[in-house]
Design a protein around this ligand. Structure first.
Ligand code: ATP
Ligand code: MG
Length: 706
């Protein structure tokens, strides 16, 4: 593989090019909000027209659809949904909930002209793939009558009357459309997952349906504590759909497995050797483990002289284009190795075997230490059944659980709601923007602990989103408009004051997409060498800026990206995200500007601006490589991916990562007095623990800051 050339430019050259690019970066992009405005004054027939002629494919799928268990209860469903505002529907995995129920809603004549039925999904890959399937089932072109919407990507048209969207997107839409008037029917699907956004939507929509008697709500899930849900929604009626199309045979291991990765690889190889045709889906916990396992499976196949197998990784940070490769058909047997993003909703044609080691990475949040982390933990029974349900969708299947039956029986019945284990500052900001002032009395299905709410309010207060009375400030309102963490939105809002909004837009966009650096297993050294050429002396945020500028300067060339170990798709995506963020900046008349690159203070302004958003994510050097996070006093070291080779006294970090070590990732050197400038009230508060307080006091004395 050839080495990079372009970034061997001298710093001066770089600055020159950088200037050319920053001044020519445009902000044109299609405006989804405009595209989506519903058409007014039309009849039901015009809105949902009957086709005169359907394709052969339509009839072919229709025959299959009619065999799905939900079809037996179509009339019952239509009657109940017509006569009730809220309905709870529980059906086994694969019974046809996600794909069929929205179509029944249309058949029941419940989608009023100019409005939509909206179906939420916890995951992006589910929203896009199910929308694709349903548009096929209805014989439409995807993005016309049936569309989807996920963060930073929308495929819909003025004709769209059925939209699959992530729960987070519906929540965002509710900010501009508080009564969700674009919708006649809302379906909250996969409710058992209890994601943060779904839980908030429960409370919001419960309130909206009191105000809008014409809005229908359907809450759907494969497994649901239906009694709890019925009670929450004022004793709404429940429909149960028994049965599934194809059986799934479940196998347990007789003894507990000592190493679930070894066991998973062994099982895949055994299936490949002994079982009939059919693709395999393996559930693991994270990116590295997945990539590793894919490579090991390949190696095993080769060593044993087995037929080739196509291994495909699947995890959320993989660009959506690469994710969708799992749906392609291949000559060889396909083995998809995935995190739990493939656990719900997905139908991957051809999957016959599921291998389930019984673990996933789960988010935990400790409001006391303010640490949000992902830890590997046993899954719930509900998850385990969902996983098994990925087999047997298009034909009978088998699920190999790599744990004993008695271990299965001891699993928690449901996944613990995300709201009870998350940092809530972003979601609370959205709630406040929606006018939910009395958070303590918000109708949470499971209320978060008060300390978590307090922490979130505290962060928002220091970021200037809330005033002393806890009311949303003007800055807070603008912050809530950005689909970003509050720290990043704050950084963007103040960036014109630092004369670097073009640069900050780029950094925010680059932080919002999957990793732009590629590091293939077999050429890590080359990849690392390539990355080094982009590294900025002061830290990783500026490195990201370098990469984006070089990308623009190379005219977005794919080969150049490949040669430089950069993920072309990711940077392209960042470019699109950047345009969308720039649009929000324009909306609020936040000017897009850049300083003079030849000025000594060019990078200082950018770093100061970073501090204005991230002053609560600071680490101080304790000794050598050892740092501690200010405030929470977690002992951390730099993540190996950092390009910051020095060990400065103070750094800001974008992320706290907990694996076998406590890391901070994406780092930039800063100066203490910038912290004081950014938010004196935070650093002057009396409640810091001792080590932090001593460090702050000492630095104040040394720098003469007040
Ligand atoms: N892309 C597809 N290709 C082939 N068949 C499909 C596809 N999508 C759905 N199906 C068929 O429709 C059935 C029902 O799928 P659907 O997603 O509606 O089920 P569900 O009840 O929502 O399941 P889950 O609880 O797993 O989300 C599948 O089991 C499968 O037989
Ligand atoms: Mg479903």
């Amino acid at each position: 593989m050839s080495k990079r050339k372009s970034s061997e430019m001298s710093e001066k050259e770089q600055k020159k090019k950088l200037k050319e690019i920053t001044t020519t970066t445009t902000t044109t992009t299609t405006n989804n909000e405009e595209q989506q405005q519903p058409i007014k004054n039309i009849t039901s027939e015009e809105w949902i027209p009957k086709k005169e002629k359907y394709s052969d494919r339509y009839y072919e799928i229709l025959e299959k659809r009619k065999e799905l268990p939900v079809w037996k209860q179509k009339q019952e469903f239509i009657e109940i949904v017509r006569n009730n505002q809220v309905l709870i529907l529980v059906g086994e995995t694969g019974s046809g909930k996600t794909t069929q129920i929205p179509q029944f809603v249309v058949d029941a004549g419940l989608v009023k002209p100019g409005t939509m039925v909206g179906v939420t999904q916890p995951r992006r890959v589910a929203a896009t793939s199910v929308a694709k399937r349903v548009s096929e089932e209805m014989d439409y072109e995807l993005g016309q009558e049936v569309g989807y919407s996920i963060r930073f990507e929308e495929l819909s048209s003025p004709k769209t009357f059925m939209k699959y969207l992530t729960d987070g997107m519906l929540l965002r839409e509710s900010m501009n459309d508080p009564l969700l008037k674009r919708y006649s029917v809302i379906i909250l699907d996969e409710a058992h997952e209890r994601t943060l956004s779904t839980d908030i939507l429960f409370g919001l929509i419960k309130d909206i349906i009191r105000k809008r008697k014409d809005l229908k709500l359907i809450v759907m899930s494969a497994t649901l504590e239906s009694g709890k849900f019925q009670k929450y929604f004022d004793n709404a009626p429940l429909i149960k759909v028994p049965g599934r199309l194809h059986p799934v045979e479940i196998f347990y291991t007789p003894e507990p497995e000592r190493d679930y990765l070894d066991a998973a690889i062994r099982t895949v190889i055994n299936i490949h050797e002994d079982e009939d045709e059919g693709d395999i889906l393996v559930f693991l916990t994270g990116e590295e483990e997945i990539e590793d396992t894919c490579a090991k499976i390949q190696r095993e196949c080769k060593n044993r002289g087995l037929k080739p197998m196509r291994t495909l990784p699947l995890y959320s940070t993989l660009p959506i284009f690469q994710q969708s490769k799992i749906f392609d058909t291949y000559k060889e047997r396909k083995c998809i190795v995935s995190t739990n993003i493939a656990e719900t909703s997905l139908t991957i044609d051809g999957i016959v075997y599921v291998v389930d080691p019984g673990f996933s990475k789960q988010k935990t949040y400790n409001p006391r230490s303010r640490v949000e982390s992902l830890l590997v933990a046993p899954i719930s029974k509900a998850s385990s059944n969902q996983r098994a349900g990925r087999a047997g969708r298009t034909r009978p299947g088998k699920c190999f659980r790599l744990y004993t039956e008695s271990a299965f029986k001891k699993l928690e019945p449901q996944t613990h709601p995300e709201i009870l284990r998350s940092n809530l500052s972003s979601i609370i900001l959205q709630l406040l923007r929606l006018g939910v002032v009395d958070l303590v009395h918000f109708d949470f299905m499971d209320p978060p602990v008060p300390e978590t709410l307090m922490r979130a309010l505290e962060v928002l207060h220091y970021l200037g989103a809330l005033d002393d009375e806890g009311n949303l400030t003007h800055v807070g309102e603008i912050m809530s408009e950005f689909p970003l963490d509050p720290q990043l939105s704050k950084m963007l809002i103040v960036s014109p004051d630092y004369n670097c909004s073009n640069e900050m837009l780029t950094i925010a966009a680059m932080l919002s997409v999957p990793n732009v650096f590629v590091r293939p297993k077999d050429c890590r050294d080359d990849a690392d060498a390539a990355k080094k050429t982009f590294d900025h002396f002061d830290g990783d945020h500026l490195t990201l800026l370098n990469v984006y500028h070089a990308f623009k300067q190379e005219k977005e060339d794919q080969t150049w990206c490949y040669d430089n170990f950069l993920n072309h798709r990711s940077i392209k995506q960042a470019d699109s995200v950047r345009s969308q963020l720039a649009r929000i900046m324009n909306k609020f008349k936040l000017s897009l500007c850049s300083g003079d690159m030849n000025n000594r203070n060019y990078y200082t302004s950018i770093k100061k601006c970073l501090v204005a958003g991230f002053f609560m994510q600071v680490a101080k050097c304790e000794k050598k490589n050892q740092y501690f996070t200010l405030g929470d006093e977690q002992s951390v070291i730099f993540h190996p991916s950092t390009g910051l080779s020095r060990r400065p006294e103070w750094v800001i970090y974008n992320e706290f990562v907990l694996t076998n070590q406590q890391y901070i990732r994406t780092l930039t050197e800063i100066k203490f007095d910038w912290l004081m400038e950014a938010c004196p009230s935070y650093f002057n508060q009396g409640t810091f623990p001792k080590k932090s307080k001593d460090a702050i006091d000492r630095s104040k004395r040394l720098t003469g800051s007040k």
